[in-house]
Design a protein around this ligand. Structure first.
Ligand code: MN
Length: 248
């Protein structure tokens, strides 16, 4: 009996200590510009999974509304994950890195292109947004943007234009190309700049989803207004981290 009592005490003290350690982490969740662990796209068994949003569904209000986030993340992104798992099931792609598939995308099934792209693009999208965000980048990224596009405002104009003029569904991107230069581009559907099928290839550092499902509930046909408000939720810390990683 004594031994069991001892074990129980140890367990209780450990649980208390664990809970105490969790406290600061929870407090940090109010600041989404905090550096975080990258969102997991796979579980331990190698199955693709829907990552949890790194903030609450209403964290991007009033620019992106709660219901849009709930449906976009919980339904649309989930569907890409489910369909990707189904598309690769029982094939060599099950054990391949998504990046290796993207590099030779034209040789793989269109279901993997659409849903693999969908999974990667959305995971990225959630990370480059946040609450208490927006404003301007600083440091190396701002210098590189000003060097390439003359000014931050001109860059914003070019990026928004790429999103506004993408016919139908797709994405606008800011990428680092193979020369280490920043480029604005756009892709249709769920394609992305990693894919061999993309017109302009590179490493994405910023991207915006211009599918109607990303904005229709709040903005209806007003895509340019959604794109204008997108600047208020850009997590520049994450964009800068990706930029610095890309030019290393
Ligand atoms: Mn989407």
């Amino acid at each position: 009996m004594k031994r069991i009592y001892k074990i129980m005490m140890v367990a209780m003290v450990s649980a208390f200590a664990f809970a105490a350690c969790q406290q600061p982490a929870n407090q940090n969740e109010t600041n989404n510009n905090q550096t975080k662990e990258p969102l997991a796209m796979k579980d331990q068994n190698g199955k693709y999974v829907l990552p949890e949003l790194p903030y609450a569904h209403d964290a991007l209000e009033p620019y992106i509304d709660k219901m849009t986030m709930e449906i976009h993340h919980g339904k649309h992104h989930q569907a890409y994950v489910t369909n990707l798992n189904n598309a690769i099931s029982g094939t060599e792609m099950e054990n391949m890195d998504l990046m290796d598939i993207f590099k030779n995308m034209s040789q793989y099934p269109v279901a993997v292109r659409n849903n693999g792209g969908g999974h990667w693009n959305h995971t990225f999208f959630w990370e480059i947004m946040g609450s208490n965000a927006g404003g301007k980048p600083s440091g190396k990224l701002l210098s590189a943007i000003e060097k390439r596009f003359e000014s931050f405002d001109k860059f914003k104009e070019e990026f928004s234009k790429a999103g506004a003029t993408r016919f139908g569904s797709g994405w606008a991107w800011l990428i680092v190309d193979s020369n280490g230069e920043l480029q604005v581009s756009s892709t249709p559907n769920q394609d992305n700049p990693f894919m061999d099928v993309a017109d302009i290839k590179g490493l994405p550092v910023l991207g915006v989803d211009v599918w109607e499902h990303a904005y229709y509930l709040k903005y209806q046909n007003r895509r340019p207004e959604y794109l204008e408000n997108f600047w208020s939720v850009v997590n520049w810390n994450e964009v800068a981290r990706r930029y610095e990683e890309a030019v290393k």
